[in-house]
Design a protein around this ligand. Sequence first.
Ligand SMILES: *Cc1c(COP(=O)(O)O)cnc(C)c1O
Length: 396
Amino acid sequence: MSASNEKNYRAETRLVHAGTLRSQFNEMSEALFLTQGYKYESAEDCELRFSGKIPGYVYSRYSNPTMDMFEQRMAALEGAEAARSTATGMAAVTTALMGLVRQGDHVVAAKALFGSCRWVIEEWLPRFGVPCTLVDGKDLNAWKAAVTKNTKVFFMETPTNPTLEVYDIQAVADIAHNAGAKLVIDNVFATPLYQSPLTLGADVVVYSATKHIDGQGRVLGGVILASEKLIVDNYHQLLRQTGPSLSPFNAWVMLKGLETLAVRVERQTQTAGKVSDALAGHTKLTRLIYPGRADHPQADIVKKQMKAGSTLVSFEIKGGKEGAFRFLNGLKLILITNNLGDAKSLITHPTTTTHQRLTPDQRAELGIGDGLVRLSCGLEHADDVIEDLLAALDKV
Ligand SMILES: *Cc1c(COP(=O)(O)O)cnc(C)c1O
């Protein structure tokens, strides 16, 4: 096996080459190792590998060459010392949080969270004696005020789903560290190309690789990135013993997805920018949110910590749910679904899908009106996407 891990190459180059391991056959494309286990040369070799005294793969629940390539490529892209892959984004988030807490500890999180993340924080962790406080992520004083002597973790996503609010990672990291807590960032919406939370002071970054990293709607996966010490001390055993592992097949799909990540995300972001310019001020809309625009409420933070605005645009249609449904049903090209980051342009109505579990008051508090929709721009020609949106708005 040989690895190519040139740390000095730019992101686009690392996406294609970093972490590649080649077998004795010198295959060009990354190999798919569909194997549960590994054979040993001798009983002595087996004993030494089990004890960790000599390196080598032991069991694919926690180590496999294809998973390894995906993890090394992600670590090289993110500038992280270490990475571990998981079966889904939620396995990554749940492990990232549970690995840092024990009974009696306390978590502070921004309340604008992906629905399942919010469930883990609000419903699941408290069952194990880990209470949480939810705050408005924009309000730095609220983060400070929520700290208790037991606070061990701060958690947030930025930009948020679906209102694309942007929070100051560096400022929140400082507050976390002053409190002796670690900051975990869900970086799905920014992608590893547009925001590097570890360089802004975050301790752990998680992704749902299901989104832009696969990027073609095929498989689920996740990844946790952090220092070698955090991975070893807080995550390695938890992953090894509980087994929320990424399958080698899915790791292989993700590796091939990474090769084209930069070209896809750049093109989707261009389209998102064009869409937001075409829709801004439209008479059928009450609001349009795109982090790449100068009129974004946190444009100063976007400028400070993001390289570009993301592949998603959210907007509110006049007439609440009825208006939004008329608009969604008028679309011909853009598909109604709940995923994002796909080659196909996708649209979601959060009130009736991803955020259905919340009460109307909780949604109002997050700025999720009944007319709000979230568009994930795909790889179609931007003009076809814009024409589809404008034609459907005519029907509202
Ligand atoms: C999709 C998503 C997740 C969960 O990922 P899965 O792969 O679906 O488990 C977590 N956070 C954010 C921001 C997401 O968009």
